[in-house]
Design a binder for this molecule. Structure first.
Ligand SMILES: Nc1ncnc2c1ncn2[C@@H]1O[C@H](COP(=O)(O)OP(=O)(O)OP(=O)(O)O)[C@@H](O)[C@H]1O
Ligand SMILES: [Mg+2]
Length: 361
């Protein structure tokens, strides 16, 4: 059992506020991913939970008990770090059993436990190797095994896959997922990779500049971003974000962007006039050659990916406006061709000048 509560948790380093007034409850067995750009306070949060850093304010509770004053080893948590940090002069076996040896566990029991976890993360054949003789992926598996073997109630993982190449990262990501399902323990996983967050999390906690911006399931975060920052952070290719303004004429709101104008969908007809950003995901843009649409734009680039085709348009902004078309129907479209784009009105997002999402009325 491990239900973890963070209550008004803050940390300042001199004049730097690394974490500000965090409030979050992580349920027993949940897989929660903390995600956000570099420097937003993810590691600091995790290290406070682990007990390596004292909070400047606030409480950490595990199963209802305040643990602020407990030593890391007495919290029953296991941490896997950004860099795997194995002891270089010990074998993989000795690395994994180190924690158990410290606890004074007898050798036969130690060996049994080490073999069990080594089997779990597929490194049984590596136990006699030195860390220097392991590949990055193998070393990271060994680091995972070293934490697994202590049987913590909660796993705290700080970007455990960031030093690996894309293919290994996907492989080990699936492994983490499988371990979570098998062990039914609480996982708190830190990453700045939105794709990792989307694929692993039961719930995503989006952080920015030391604060929580939004908490939700991957689908909630993706479909219902709380603000411009979240909308822009999640999704690949990212959400199209067009700056412009909302104008009101005779009680019907319209959005006026660079070189286009469209009627706002129901719910936004009376949105307040002013500077705004319109957001729409590439998969919610319909494209036709020569038909009618909300916007007409020239094609800048066509990228056939096999399953889909990505169409990049010149929208007068730095970033291209992107539409995804299923299959290869659009693969032969010529650069420069003007296409009609229709934006699914149910999927439009509008943000005010401060990046806040406008709610439909
Ligand atoms: N020991 C420290 N002393 C001073 N400032 C620190 C210390 N640790 C972290 N900070 C600062 O606190 C802020 C948050 O750092 P943190 O390491 O938690 O970010 P992060 O989200 O983990 O970033 P990354 O994705 O780069 O790992 C940063 O501005 C960082 O410079
Ligand atoms: Mg970090």
């Amino acid at each position: 059992m491990a239900r973890i509560e963070l209550v008004g948790l803050s940390k300042t380093f001199g004049s730097v506020v690394a974490v500000r007034n965090l409030g979050l409850t992580i349920e027993d067995g949940e897989f929660v991913v903390l995600v956000g750009p570099s420097g937003c306070g993810k590691t600091t949060t995790l290290r406070m939970i682990a007990g390596f850093i004292d909070p400047s304010a606030g409480e950490i509770r595990i199963d209802g008990r305040v643990v602020n004053d407990l030593e890391p080893r007495d919290r029953g948590l296991g941490m896997v770090f950004q860099t795997h940090a194995l002891f270089p002069h010990k074998t993989v076996m000795q690395n994994i059993e180190f924690g158990l040896r410290m606890k004074g566990m007898p050798a036969p029991e130690r060996a049994r436990r080490v073999h069990e976890v080594a089997d779990m993360v597929h490194i049984s054949h590596l136990l006699d190797k030195m860390p220097g003789e392991c590949s990055g992926g193998e070393a990271q598996r060994a680091a995972l095994a070293r934490t697994l073997v202590t049987q913590p109630s909660t796993f705290l993982l700080d970007e455990p896959l960031s030093s690996l190449d894309a293919k290994l990262r996907r492989e080990l990501r699936a492994e983490c997922d499988r371990l979570h399902q098998a062990l039914k323990r609480t996982f708190i996983y830190v990453t700045h990779d939105q794709e990792e967050a989307m694929t692993l999390a039961d719930r995503i906690v989006v952080m920015r500049a030391g604060e929580i911006v939004q908490v939700g399931t991957p689908m909630e975060i993706y479909s219902d971003p709380a603000n411009y920052f979240v909308a822009d952070f999640f999704g690949s290719p990212s959400m199209n974000l067009l700056t412009g303004e909302i104008v009101q004429t005779n009680g019907t709101g319209r959005f006026r962007g660079a070189g286009f104008e469209l009627a706002l969908p129901d719910g936004f007809k009376s949105a307040r006039a002013g500077v705004a950003t319109l957001g729409i995901r590439p998969e919610h843009v319909g494209v036709t050659l020569g038909g009618n649409g909300d916007i007409e734009l020239p094609v800048r680039l066509v990228e056939p990916l096999g399953r889909d085709t990505l169409l990049y348009f010149d929208a007068g902004a730095e970033r291209a406006f992107i539409a995804v078309s299923e299959g290869l129907d659009m693969a032969d479209v010529k650069v420069g061709a003007r296409m009609a784009l229709s934006l699914d009105p149910r999927r439009l997002c509008l943000f005010d000048a401060d990046g806040r999402r406008l709610a439909p009325s």
